[in-house]
Every structure is written in structure tokens, then in C-alpha cells.
Write a protein that binds this ligand. Sequence first.
Ligand code: NG1
Ligand code: ZN
Length: 547
Amino acid sequence: MAHFAKVAELSARHPKADGASFEYGTAGFRTLGDTLESTVFRVGLLAALRSQSKQGKTIGVMITASHNPECDNGVKLVDPMGEMLQQSWEAHCTRIANAASADELVAALAAVVEAEGIDVSVQARVVYARDTRPSGPLLQAALEDGLAALGAEATSYGVVTTPQLHYFVRCLNTAGTPAAYGEPTEAGYRAKYTGAFLRLVDGRPLPAPLHIDAANGVGGPEVRKLAAAAASPYLRIELHNDDTQTPGRLNKDCGADYVKSNQRAPAGLDLEPGARYCSFDGDADRIVYYYVDEHRSFHLLDGDKISTLVATYLRDLVAAAGIEDLQVGVVQTAYANGSSTSYIKDTLRLPTVFAKTGVKHLHHEAEKMPIGVYFEANGHGTVLFNSAAVDKLRHAAPQSPAQEDAIRRLWALRDLINESVGDAMSDMLLVEAILICKGWTPAQWDAAYTDLPSRLLKVVVHDRTQFKTTNAEQTLTAPPRLQDAIDTLVAKFPRGRAFVRPSGTEDAVRVYAEAATRADCDQLAYSVAGTVFDKAGGRGDRPAEFI
Ligand code: NG1
Ligand code: ZN
């Protein structure tokens, strides 16, 4: 096809290593940064085709490996409304990334054009950005070659957070329509979110400063600019781990993933009772909060705690606004702490569903709810208002000043939320606004329910693809009889729950367990991990007994 004339020539500059194999998974392509050049070049080609398949709508490409080590990198595509790439294209991505030669690559591209009925005369439009990783500039150059090979109109947003890029894509594709989302610029992003935040908190007592661990990633400079744009005593921040220059520091012993996984403060922060802390991950799409009590015990306020805080606040505002039949629902994954699920069902009495791991799955479930709050326990999530909910808000007829105020607040909340994707900065402003409005300390927020002790382990096995799950990934259907063995172990522990699933982002199987006490939980987690190791081809060291 003439359209692919330049592909072979430019592809030769970014050859694929023999034998290398890539898969577009939950987080796009993700692996060691110095093995990704051919893949990122090809993602440029894919982005152009995806845009053409959407009649020239703007597609986004983000180069990041999020919370993973600095030596990793990754790349993912962003669809026109700022959402994750439509799942049916993931197989196209994998096939194109794995084409062994230039000829195979061109044939694979032609197959996508054929399968999707793409009109290649449409002008493709693509915007892209990267995080602070050292491998980023070289990968960006490869991407630019891929975009040039198909004549895409390409615009770089430089180094920004992942959710900022999602926001830009949505703004660009909704400009001039009733769904216009905002200005597709960094300044526009900051103005939109800080404006909504200040509308919500205006007149309330001022909070203490917020301490932010920026994981030594792109969130550091970006949140500094956000606070400068707000220029308000309602958003006073103390920034920590904001070194994006020194090699090796990104995500090293810090950031949301470290804090959630280790249930402890990041390096570089000495926690003081009474203060409020949060951690972003390396590309600032996840956030967790935490604090220490007067005995200096550490308390984590993870995605489940954020989700329940936000859902409660929204539910109460809808009631205060006097709007009937505007249901707030909550989407979780199996990694949600069992106490949070019971709290949502039994105390808040809100509908809740489980989705598979990975935000695209939660996003799709939340879209089915009028107001859908979704968070992974690791702090990645947001809130969606469907069009029926927006209509209800638009047509609400307040009967009192209190109702009018609640409706005004619901609008401001909607503006405060990055609906395209989970966003650490927007989620931070959301939590801050709610805490300010309620006059709450982190301990008061934490008091809603007590987490069950939980433990997340990894088991390396010879072949993780043999693990198949059902029931939102909580039950194994293969390898045979492994689930029975897990069930027998779980039954021994009060409030015990455990499940096993293959990771979508790492070559490992994850084991999650929770139980009524820390000792029971650890015993359950390690015995399930040991069983997986023994019965399903464990590799390397058998998971160590807990200490
Ligand atoms: P995998 O590796 O499939 O467990 C991890 C996280 C997900 C999600 C993705 C994408 C856990 C247990 N899993 O997926 O929640 O964030 O990475 O980054 O946290
Ligand atoms: Zn991330």
C-alpha cells in the first residue's frame, strides 16, 4: 500500500530485537526502557491508524512506566474521550509490536486497515507526552518517526502527568461541542481544577498545609505549578521527594505504590502527629493519603478510603439537593479491603460491584451507574457522572437556598473531577475539598471503618498464562484443583479471604489475603503463596514464611 511507503525506511532506524516479544496489557506496553524503541515507533503508527479509524479525532500517546522502576518504560494509547484504548485494538497493538520484519510490519498494518475499514486518506491527529524517565527522550524520537511515517499531525505536550495528557485529548475532541471539557493546555488544566476547588472551599476554615511525596516524578513540578496557579491559602503544600534530576530516584522507596505495598511512610518524610500526607506515583495518576496518630502509629488512607469518602459526600449532597433517583454507586476490585465493601453495603447502603483489575474495567462498570465512584485500592480512580445524571442536575429545581447550594456544589465537584481517568492532582483537590468542607482531620476521615489486615505477595512461576480466573478474578478455574486447596486454607481463618490471579503487568502471579488479625492474615497469605508455588510450577525461592 502506497500509504505505508515510508514505514519500512523509518522502521529500519528502530529495529526490533530478534526474539523480543511484547504484549499490550493493562498498562499498555511496559518493560525495560531500553528494549522498547521498536515498540514505541510502532505505537506511533498505531496511533495514526487509530485516529484515522475515528475520522481524524485526536488520539493520545503517553510514554511512562508509572510506579515501576526508573529503568522501565512503557507506552499506551489514549482514546478520543480521554479514556483507555478500546480493548478490541489491544490485539492489533500486540500483533504490530511483534512483527518480525519491515515486510511483516507493513502486512500487519494493512491487516488492521482492512479489519477496521480505515480510510487512510483521513488526516491523523496525535498528541503525546512523556514522564521524567531518562529513556523518555529517545523513545519520544522513535514515536515521532512512527507518526511521521504515516503523515500524522503530531503535537508534543512535553513532560506532563498521564492524566494531564488524557485531559488534553478529551478537551481537543470536545472543543466547540456541548461536552466541551476545557482548554487543552497546562494552564487550562490548572485553571479548571483549581477554580472548581476554590468554589467548593470558599468561606470554610483554612486547613493545615498538605505534605506531598511526589515519588521524584513528574507530579512534583506539576503540583508545584498547580499550587502556584491556585495562589490560595486553601492549597498550601509542602513538597517532598520532588527530585526529578538525580538518576535513580524516581519511585525509589517512595511514591504511592511503595507506601501502599509496604504500609509505611516513604523515605525522606518524618511523619508528625496531626499532619496530613499524601503520595503520588511516578506519573501522578495514583494517590494515597496517610498520617500518624499520637503514638506515631502509621495509618494508610488508600483508594478504598478515598472512594468511601467521596461516595459519602456525593450521596449526602444529592440528598441535600433534593434530587430524586440520582443513585451514587461504587466500583471496586477484589483488592478492595473487605471492611470497605461491608461499609459501603451495610452502612452507606450504596450499590457496589466488583470489576476486574485495571482501571479500564472499573471505568466501564462506573459508566453504567448514574454517578459511579471507582477506585482501585492502590489509589487509582475517579468519578463519572453519566448523561442522565447531568440532565437531572441541569433540570433540578431547588426549593430552598440549601438545595440551591447543594446543586452548586455538585456542579463544582463535577468540574473538580477528571472524568477521563484517575488523576492524583484532581483526586487530591477532591479529597482536600471534602476534608475542608467537613472540617475533618485524616483521623476523623479514617474513623468510618477499620481495615482488615491484608497482605499482597508475588509468586514467580514458570508459566503464569496457565492461571485462569472467573468471578471478577477471585476464583481460579485453572490450574485444576488449586482453587479447592485455597478454599480449604481460607476456611481456617476468621474473616479470611484470599485469591490468586496472574499479573497483567509483571511476569508473576499475585496472592492477596486478608483476615481478622495480622498474624492470621500473614499466615494465610504465605500458605496460599506456598501452595501456588508447590502446585503450579513455582520458580526461584519458595515464598518465605512470615517473620
Ligand atoms: P497487575 O500487575 O495486573 O496486578 C497492577 C495493579 C493494578 C493496576 C495495574 C496498572 C495491583 C494489585 N495491581 O496490575 O491495580 O494499577 O497494575 O498499573 O495493584
Ligand atoms: Zn501511574
